[in-house]
Design a protein around this ligand. Structure first.
Ligand SMILES: Nc1nc2c(c(=O)[nH]1)N[C@H]1C(S)=C(S)[C@@H](COP(=O)(O)OP(=O)(O)OC[C@H]3O[C@@H](n4cnc5c(N)ncnc54)[C@H](O)[C@@H]3O)O[C@H]1N2
Ligand code: MOO
Length: 399
């Protein structure tokens, strides 16, 4: 039976992103907002600082008075959080501390290292720069300043939002991803596998990857290789924004995901991509939800997660979604020519004074999680590429 030509990785990504619409918004307190995607701008309600403030410990003075050798009378004191109300007059100084408001009449802060204190008088040892050591009102930001929506909030931005007096932030809800591992051979970590069974791994790896990308991942009970079990799993996943199946995607008699989901109304966007690993990938919509069917080989599903699902989470979060960036690196060892699929090869990338140097692992079997765990990069061999010699440059993706 003839098969349609395989979709390119770039086209598969475009089709997958088209399945993801931005999720709704929720309000969270500042201390739960790190890493969340801001969905409405934060707008400052006040100037910061709200008043001209001293940047140093010393004396508030008038610049015209404060020349080296002059003596001034200390008429009061103002600390951070306090106010000195009377207007300061010529010949006077006010003891001031960092963060305190500058008294009316003062225009300069003389740092205490440049003053000699004798009772209620000071002598100016060093003429200060006029206007020095004062932070004018609004120096940091003005009322109305904005932290714009559409960004993953960093620690620095959380501090800025707090300073803008926003105790609660509107953020995108975390897209809920339901992960359904399929296969009679699978047991959950911690269980005792039977003689022909293995431990289910890639659902855990993907949950970790997608949570780090901002999703909420839910690991569903393992579905068995029968229609009833797969249908029950689909029923349990219907509240998710994205349903991901793992395994059962290929051509074997027990690879039932496509046919069973088709019976459940799957509107298939594509099946099979020119990627290695990852050829038997499918995606579409089922019961109003986005669905991605990943191949079962653990490395295949983790690589597809990195290349396709992480950008998809960005799209659910309303962010610009793009393929992972590629970095050129020199090959540390030769590579054979490539077949018709874009090959994502597990590799070790080292920084050297001559630039990044990348070493492909000798065994690229898509079942080898020990190799994937040791890798910190993927080499991307284009479809049909000729063999490469050590020292030639090639695209890599950092893991
Ligand atoms: N005749 C052909 N056979 C296969 C083809 C093909 O084109 N023609 N494609 C191969 C490729 S490429 C891949 S990738 C796999 C994908 O197959 P499935 O998606 O149907 O995956 P399974 O058969 O269910 O599993 C494959 C492999 O991975 C193990 N597995 C599955 N799920 C998990 C899990 N959650 N944790 C750990 N390991 C898992 C499973 O035991 C199998 O060993 O098909 C090739 N075959
Ligand atoms: O595509 Mo399979 O993922 O090569 O092992």
């Amino acid at each position: 039976m003839s098969q349609p030509p395989l979709l390119s990785a770039a086209e598969a990504l475009a089709r997958i992103l088209a399945l993801a619409a931005p999720v709704g918004v929720e309000t969270v307190p500042l201390d739960h907002a790190a890493g969340r995607v801001l969905a409405a701008p934060v707008i400052a309600r006040h100037d910061q600082p709200p008043f001209a403030a001293s940047a140093m410990d010393g004396y508030a003075v008038k610049a015209e008075d404060a020349v080296a050798g002059a003596e001034l009378e200390v008429v009061g004191e103002v600390a951070a959080g306090a106010t000195f109300t009377p207007e300061m007059r010529s010949g006077q100084a006010v003891r001031i501390f960092t963060g305190a408001p500058i008294p009316d009449g003062a225009d300069t802060v003389l740092i205490q290292e440049d003053a000699e204190r004798n009772g209620d008088r000071i002598r100016v040892k060093e003429t200060p720069t006029p206007g020095g050591h004062i932070r004018p009102a609004g120096k940091d930001f003005r009322a109305g300043a904005r932290l714009e929506a559409g960004r993953r909030l960093t620690a620095n931005e959380i501090a800025l939002a707090a300073s803008m007096n926003a105790p609660m932030l509107e953020v995108r809800r975390r897209p809920l991803v339901s992960l359904i591992a399929t296969g009679d051979e699978l047991v959950t970590p911690g269980e005792q596998p039977g003689p022909s069974q293995i431990i289910s791994s890639n659902n855990y790896g993907l949950a970790a990857m997608l949570e780090a990308a901002g999703a909420e991942a839910r690991i569903e009970p393992i579905a068995r290789d029968d229609a009833a079990s797969l249908k029950a799993a689909l029923g349990g996943a219907e509240d998710a924004d994205l349903i991901v199946t793992l395994g059962g995607a290929s051509v074997g008699d027990h690879d039932l995901v496509r046919s069973v989901f088709a019976e459940e109304g799957l509107d298939l966007s594509f099946y099979r991509v020119a990627m290695r690993p990852g050829k038997p990938l499918m995606a579409g919509r089922v019961r109003g939800r986005a669905m991605v069917g990943l191949p079962g080989n653990p490395v295949s599903s983790m690589v597809l997660g990195r290349i396709l699902l992480r950008p998809m989470i960005d799209a659910f979060l309303g962010l610009d979604a793009a393929a992972p960036p590629r970095v050129r690196a020199r090959l540390g060892s030769a590579l054979p020519d490539n077949g018709p699929r874009e090959h994502y090869m597990r590799a070790r990338l080292e920084e050297t004074p001559e630039g990044p140097l990348v070493f492909p692992f000798p065994d690229q079997d898509s079942s080898l999680l020990s190799v994937l765990a040791a890798a910190n990069a993927l080499i991307v061999m284009p479809p049909g590429a000729a063999a490469r010699k050590a020292g030639e440059e090639i695209d890599t993706i950092r893991l």
